[in-house]
Ligand binder design. Structure first.
Ligand SMILES: N[C@@H](CCC(=O)N[C@@H](CS)C(=O)NCC(=O)O)C(=O)O
Length: 212
């Protein structure tokens, strides 16, 4: 199988970790925007089958190679796992693309200077989402990302659900935005999330992708 993308992207990381968990062989090749209707990464090629989108790819892999299962069987657990995956892909990722563009892509890849004023504004925006007192688009108060996750991680377990699976992969991958954006988890305020983040980084599947 071929994955098109760069592992620096949490969405690509999700797919690579899923492949590692299942013990499937793959090669990582540069992004292939022409294969994705939205021009994005990751895209998976499995023989003649081309699959865009990390969530779709993970579901495809789980159906094609069911062991070990990444999605729970039990309906309520499945619902919780799917929402956590969606929470990672949508809420945890919000605003970070522009931060990474200013902080890393412009100076390191495009040879352009970082707009420091713009970067500070963008970092303030993601800090509010992750650590502040955010509101929904409709004006309802909602928990910040780290408060929400703190309530999801059991104090006595390193997985979000009873068994490791897609929720851990997605949330674990999107915690990587913090490093890329120059922010850190305050372990005094969010001890469960800090412990979960550490455990995920040490898991062999994550370590295999991030270390290599
Ligand atoms: N829902 C998509 C999101 C993928 C995504 O946003 N990928 C970013 C990289 S982190 C990308 O390809 N951006 C390039 C672009 O939009 O042109 C997924 O889960 O795969």
């Amino acid at each position: 199988m071929i994955v098109y993308g760069v592992k620096f992207s949490p969405y690509v990381l999700k797919v690579l970790v899923a492949l590692e968990e299942k013990g499937l062989a793959y090669t990582l090749e540069p992004p292939a925007p022409a294969l994705h209707p939205l021009g994005k990464m990751p895209v998976l090629r499995d023989g003649d089958v081309v699959v865009p989108d990390s969530s779709v790819i993970c579901a495809y892999l789980d159906r094609k190679h069911p062991t070990p299962a990444l999605y729970p069987e039990e309906p309520a657990e499945l619902a919780r796992a799917l929402f956590l995956e969606e929470y990672g892909d949508a809420r945890m990722a919000e605003g970070w693309g522009e931060v990474v563009l200013e902080r890393i892509v412009k100076p390191q890849m495009l040879g352009q200077p970082t707009d420091e004023k713009r970067l500070a504004e963008l970092q303030q925006h993601v800090r509010e989402i992750w650590m502040g007192s955010p509101h929904s688009a409709g004006g309802h108060p909602i928990p910040c990302v780290l408060d929400h996750l703190e309530a999801q991680v059991a104090p006595d377990r390193d997985t979000l659900l009873p068994r490791f699976g897609i929720a851990d992969i997605a949330v674990g991958a999107h915690l990587g935005w913090l490093d890329a954006g120059g922010l850190a988890i305050d372990a005094q305020r969010w001890p469960h999330v800090a412990r979960f983040a550490e455990a995920v980084r040490k898991r062999p599947s994550f370590a295999a992708v991030l270390g290599g």
